[in-house]
Design a protein around this ligand. Structure first.
Ligand SMILES: [Zn+2]
Length: 287
């Protein structure tokens, strides 16, 4: 019963061979995965996958900080409607990323705050992306977040982790903790209490050792979990059970499993309000 709390199963790179990916996960005993969706196409794909295996999949949807310039009022209205629909488990990943571009920090902050407020209103946990932006991210979370917080792929400093834990946030570790040159990773893992720790892949990115150089997939979360168990001197079963319990606790109430009719309704709604959506839909059908 291994848990991958963060995988981009419906991004183009993975979705093109999704059946094989889910089969690999099953064979590796990875039986609970949260699909992270960064746009409407990925979200619709995720809802569709969930209808086929609701007991193994959770769905998260939110707009990525790097996309802040492109996100429209209509995009946010759609996110809000879906957050309130009961179909989403988590809102995210959302946050701040100053690694690639610092030219639109204010826009990133505004998008982040708006999405935290949507999550508050819907009572949804949030999954946080922060890169080179720990201080600003923590400030906004401490000021606005009222629901459970997951710091995804945590790679910050120990003081930031301590601060996050004091606010009851969950710390999620990914492939980089298995890298030999990562000195901070093992320190963080050791210092993180087992009741606030999570495991993830962030697939298709950040493959853990020994899969570096290959695209990541949920099956590989087993290698990250094994490394966490080693650092914490725990047996893997105890650790896996704790992670599963943490994840289910923070999720709280279960999201509903959409019907095919609901998915068709969302499709036609998107086609009426967004002319470009028809194109996306046709591309989907052509696959
Ligand atoms: Zn991600």
């Amino acid at each position: 019963m291994i848990t991958d709390t963060h995988c981009h199963l419906t991004c183009d790179e993975i979705y093109s061979h999704i059946d094989e990916t889910l089969e690999n996960a099953k064979n590796a005993d990875v039986d609970l995965m949260m699909i992270m969706c960064t746009n409407k196409t990925e979200y619709l794909r995720a809802l569709d996958l969930k209808t086929k295996s609701p007991e193994h999949l959770k769905v998260a949807f939110g707009y990525y900080p790097g996309d802040a310039k492109e996100i429209t009022k209509e995009d946010l209205e759609f996110l809000k409607a879906e957050a309130l629909s009961g179909r989403m488990d988590v809102l995210g990943e959302i946050g701040l990323d100053y690694y690639w571009d610092t030219s639109f920090k204010d826009l990133q902050k505004e998008l982040f705050k708006t999405q935290i407020e949507i999550a508050n209103e819907a009572g949804l946990p949030i999954s946080i992306h922060m890169r080179e932006a720990s201080r600003d991210t923590m400030d906004l979370l401490e000021q606005y977040a009222k629901t459970p917080v997951i710091l995804h792929c945590f790679s910050g400093s120990e003081p930031i982790m301590e601060e996050a834990l004091q606010h009851g946030m969950y710390i999620s570790f990914a492939g980089p903790i298995t890298y030999k040159n990562n000195k901070q990773g093992p320190i963080n893992v050791k210092a993180c209490p087992i009741d606030h720790l999570l495991s993830e892949t962030d697939s298709p990115y950040l493959s853990p050792v020994p899969h570096r150089g290959h695209p990541n997939e949920p099956a590989f979360v087993a290698d990250t979990v094994a490394k966490i168990a080693e650092f914490k001197d725990l047996d893997q079963d105890t650790l896996q059970q704790a992670i599963r319990q943490n994840f289910l606790t923070l999720l709280g109430k279960k999201a509903s499993t959409p019907t095919q009719e609901e998915i068709a309704d969302i499709q036609s709604f998107l086609a009426t309000c967004d002319p470009s959506w028809k194109e996306i839909q046709l591309k989907e059908e052509a696959k």
